[in-house]
Design a protein around this ligand. Structure first.
Ligand code: ZN
Length: 142
């Protein structure tokens, strides 16, 4: 960390010196020119970092949207109607036409989604021993 900081400061001063040195021929004080170019590098780096962070934030948001789009897809393993009946996992979207290319026979295969309905039932939860006792009592009463 300290080595990295010293290297960075050394490079900043070196670049500042290289940029400021020609200005001494124009009669400008070397230290003022050096200070100017060092400050200019800090300002430049600030804007560069700001731009990079914004670009990374946009990229992260784009990846999140792409991941959510992929997660929203449903899929199923389907068998091709050809002789080989090659099984393939195909993403299925209910409101779109679903088809795929069979890797075995290289033919285009359409998928027809067949929806079925059933009446929902509630399972009877009863104590088995209590049911047996009621049956015994009813048999004895007969
Ligand atoms: Zn096939």
């Amino acid at each position: 960390m300290a080595f990295k900081l010293l290297t960075s400061a050394g490079l900043t001063i070196l670049v500042g010196t290289i940029l400021a040195w020609p200005f001494t021929f124009l009669g400008i004080n070397f230290l003022s020119a050096l200070g100017f170019f060092v400050a200019l590098q800090f300002i430049g780096f600030y804007f560069y970092r700001d731009l990079t962070e914004k670009r990374l934030a946009v990229e992260a948001e784009r990846l999140t949207i792409a991941r959510e789009a992929e997660l929203s897809k449903q899929g199923a393993v389907v068998a091709c109607p050809c002789d080989r009946a090659v099984q393939t996992f195909v993403p299925i979207i209910l409101n779109e036409k679903n088809d795929y290319l069979c890797p075995g026979c290289k033919k285009q295969v359409n998928i027809h989604v067949n929806l079925k309905t059933a009446i929902a039932t509630i399972p009877v939860v009863a104590d088995a021993q209590q049911v047996l006792q009621q049956q015994l009592v009813s048999e004895v009463e007969k």
